[in-house]
Design a protein around this ligand. Structure first.
Ligand SMILES: Nc1ncnc2c1ncn2[C@@H]1O[C@H](COP(=O)(O)OP(=O)(O)OP(=O)(O)O)[C@@H](O)[C@H]1O
Length: 760
């Protein structure tokens, strides 16, 4: 049942209902205005405080931080502050509960608006006719600029409604209205129209690995982002300290989804592509399919470990002589082979990473060299003095060079660059771990080339095996830890003294953390983003089917608690070493703790386009189900035969631009035709160039780049070339499922069999 301002008659009950809701909504906005003014006053007042001393400073900074955050939150909720109402029936009478972006209380502390993430709001999303959760009615409110423009009611009246399907949509009219809106190049939040199957995903418990598997357009991404907002709200204490990380396939995608969390009032989340997970490297390019397949394979972990051992050499391996002979100022000094071997064997057995064990190697060999020098000079030296003599020798270049050749200080970049640019080393190390000649050849690269996305997990693996000589740092940390308990006690005192503890603005641990070395200005997200070893409280991985076994190792290092949301569709896997089975990929990391939820309804693509997609899916992933489209009706997809791309494509694209009006068109092509398509459409945008390509009216993308995105109209170019790519059927499936309204397939050759439906 649905009504809006325009169709409400003079004194109709509908008009009365609108007026009543308008009054309620008006009260909420009045309250919002009061709170905003109050928060602005509080912030100004805090900023003017001039008391000195640590407690006053802490109080000022904590209050300023929280007031500023509250102010940002209050200003982000202006549009769509309240979007729903649920009516519940209790023995002692009915209750009407309003649901919105944030919670609000009136001056009497009575709740006038429930935060959408709060347990009290759950029935709004989760109730179905077969399980109404105590609701008699659910109402969606359409509000524009503080004015109630329409209502959409569902009555959960057991007398009047038949047993419904559990998957029945909630608020169908509100949902369809939001789905019909033109695309803007940025994903919007769906807080007003979350569906019950999505709500289960959003509110699932924090612990363990939640996999959200679903076909294209089933709302996996948007549900995962709402889950992040929900978790940050519900588990603020844990997540504020450890932070949350969202991993997406590329920067265009991250930009596409970047408005969702701020619109839900959450800004403190780290968003990274896989190519950015290793601080200091920003990889965007990909390796060719064959190389990517090798680099993603779990054998690479063995290869990296073996490459490190390969750099730990005896004098014979490094210089061709059994003894270590070094030319120093005093003359040639010699450490016998047996002594060298003893030091190196011991170092290899130490339970230490390579760079940490180096300290032992260097110290021990310097002592041996010091002894050798004293023999050469016939000047006996006491054992106690060896370190000093060694220290002096360390300043002689030949000594450093010799020790570096035996056990070098290695950065991950140096290890991988040296290995991949040295076919002999690759052969030596590769053979040890069982890597065949073809795979070894695929790894050889020019050291001057930039890192690829597929290199990043290898660098991360190397960093793990190499370790860092962080003994100074650790000594500092030990001292800091000793102070920490004291600081937490002190912070607790400050919180109690200032009354901040009662306001629940902050806990003592978080306050103590904030005032440690780094000072209060850096947010958790900033600190986490720069630290490779940061352990996040929760990690969300989107388009997760693209992750190789090596990439999973990288992600898992960032979340030792294994609290993850993994979002993807194994039918869309395009990358060479991508995931085919969630269980195989994830169970080893969290045995018994992997839970798969399936989303089955497609909110993006109308049924006529999904019929085309279904034919492609049978080829790409036989046995996988095509999700049901919410929208039955839609423009018929079409095939257009062109004499050539330059002659025909601009006309097809112009027709699409005209057909969709304000919306966005994507031209999706194979890697092979990319340059030709770009040339044929000189005014179309490309990702990675200035500005936001997705906000332009026409953008050209490869199938890989189009993953996770959506457009009002999609023109797929030369489908046979897409099919000919490795995992080409998956790529074509991705391409044809990006459209929200129109799909055109432009081709110069015959249409491939899977698209025969478009002939005629
Ligand atoms: N409950 C909902 N209300 C309104 N819009 C929705 C809802 N669920 C999903 N959508 C919309 O459907 C579209 C597809 O959602 P999303 O991109 O999250 O799907 P996906 O499953 O991640 O797709 P893909 O696998 O193709 O990347 C988006 O525009 C999203 O806003």
């Amino acid at each position: 049942m649905q009504f809006c301002q325009e169709d409400a008659g003079e004194a109709s009950p509908e008009r009365a209902a609108l007026a009543a809701e308008q009054a309620r909504i008006g009260t909420m906005y009045e309250r919002l205005d009061v709170l905003r003014a109050h928060t602005a006053d509080q912030l100004a007042e805090v900023q003017l405080q001039t008391h000195t001393g640590y407690a006053a400073l802490v109080e000022r900074e904590t209050r300023a931080y929280e007031h500023a955050r509250r102010r940002a939150q209050l200003s982000a909720v202006e549009e769509g502050l309240c979007f729903g109402r649920i009516d519940l029936s209790y023995d002692d009478g009915p209750e009407a509960r309003y649901v919105g972006r944030i919670g609000l209380r009136d001056t009497e502390h009575e709740t006038i608006l429930v935060d959408w993430r709060a347990p009290a709001a759950r029935p709004f999303y989760a109730a179905t006719p077969s399980d109404p959760l105590g609701l008699t009615r659910r109402r969606h409110l359409r509000v524009r600029r503080r004015r109630v423009t329409g209502l959409d009611d569902e009555v959960f009246d057991s007398e009047g409604l038949s047993e419904g399907d559990r998957r029945q949509l909630v608020g169908e009219a509100a949902l369809l209205e939001s789905l019909h809106r033109g695309r803007t190049g940025r994903m919007a939040d769906i807080v007003a129209t979350i569906q019950s199957e999505q709500d289960r995903v959003i509110r699932a418990r924090l612990a363990g690995v939640l996999v959200v598997q679903g076909g294209p357009g089933t709302g996996k991404t948007v549900a995962a982002l709402h889950r992040a907002a929900y978790l940050l709200y519900t588990h603020r204490n844990v997540l504020e300290r450890r932070g949350a990380l969202v991993v997406g396939p590329n920067t265009a995608f991250l930009r596409y989804v970047s408005d969702v969390l701020p619109s839900l009032g959450e800004t403190d989340v780290v968003m990274r592509t896989l190519g950015e997970l290793f601080p200091g490297v920003e990889a965007t390019g990909h390796d060719p399919h064959a190389t990517a397949a090798v680099k993603g394979s779990p054998l690479m972990a063995d290869l990296v470990a073996a490459a490190v051992v390969d750099r730990q050499r005896t004098p014979r391996e490094a210089f061709g002589s059994g003894d270590l002979v070094v030319e120093v100022d005093a003359g040639a000094i010699t450490v016998p082979e047996a002594a060298c071997r003893r030091v190196l064997d011991t170092a290899r057995k130490l339970p230490l990473a390579h760079n940490t064990a180096r300290k032992y190697v260097v110290r021990s060999l310097l002592s041996e060299l010091a002894r050798a020098e004293s023999t050469l000079l016939a000047r006996p030296v006491q054992d106690d003095d060896l370190p000093f003599v060694g220290e002096r020798l360390w300043h002689e270049a030949p000594v450093r060079r010799a020790l570096d050749a035996l056990w070098p200080d290695l950065s991950p970049q140096r290890l991988i660059r040296d290995l991949f640019s040295d076919p002999e080393a690759l052969e030596r190390v590769g053979e040890l771990v069982g890597l065949d000649a073809e795979s070894r050849a695929a790894l050889v690269r020019d050291p001057a080339l930039p890192w690829t996305v597929e290199d990043v997990p290898l660098l991360d693996e190397a960093a793990d095996v190499l370790g860092r000589d962080d003994s100074d740092e650790r000594a500092r940390e030990r001292r800091a830890e000793e102070n920490r308990a004291e600081e937490v006690r002190f912070a607790q005192g400050v919180l109690e003294f200032t009354g901040l503890a009662e306001d629940e603005m902050m806990n003592a641990e978080a306050l103590a953390d904030r005032h440690r070395d780094e000072g209060p200005r850096r947010t958790t997200a900033e600190r986490a983003g720069e630290d490779r070893e940061w352990a996040y409280g929760h990690v969300i991985v989107d388009e997760a089917q693209e992750l190789s076994p090596m990439a999973w190792r990288t992600v898992m290092r960032r979340v030792p608690t294994r609290s993850l949301t993994v979002v993807g569709d194994v039918a869309q896997t395009g990358s060479a070493a991508g995931t085919r089975s969630w269980t195989d990929a994830l169970e080893p990391y969290a045995p018994g703790k992997v839970h798969v939820e399936r989303l089955l309804v497609n909110y993006r693509t109308p049924a006529p386009i999904m019929a085309v997609a279904a034919d492609v899916l049978r080829e790409a992933a036989p046995g996988e189900e095509v999700p049901d489209s919410v929208r039955e009706e839609g423009d018929a997809p079409r095939g257009v035969r062109l004499s050539s791309l330059p002659d025909g494509l601009p006309g097809v694209v112009a027709e699409e631009v005209a057909a969709i009006g304000e919306g966005r068109v994507a031209v999706v092509t194979s890697d092979r035709h990319l340059a030709e398509v770009v040339e044929a459409l000189p005014r179309a945008a490309r990702p990675g160039t200035a500005g936001d390509a997705l906000e332009e009216s026409v953008v050209v993308l490869t199938a890989t780049e189009s993953k996770g995105l959506e457009f009002d109209s999609v023109v797929v170019v030369e489908p046979d070339a897409l099919l000919a790519q490795p995992r080409g059927a998956n790529d074509l499936y991705v391409a044809v499922t990006r459209a929200t309204r129109r799909l055109t397939v432009a081709h110069t050759a015959d249409l491939p069999g899977v698209l025969k439906r478009l002939e005629g």
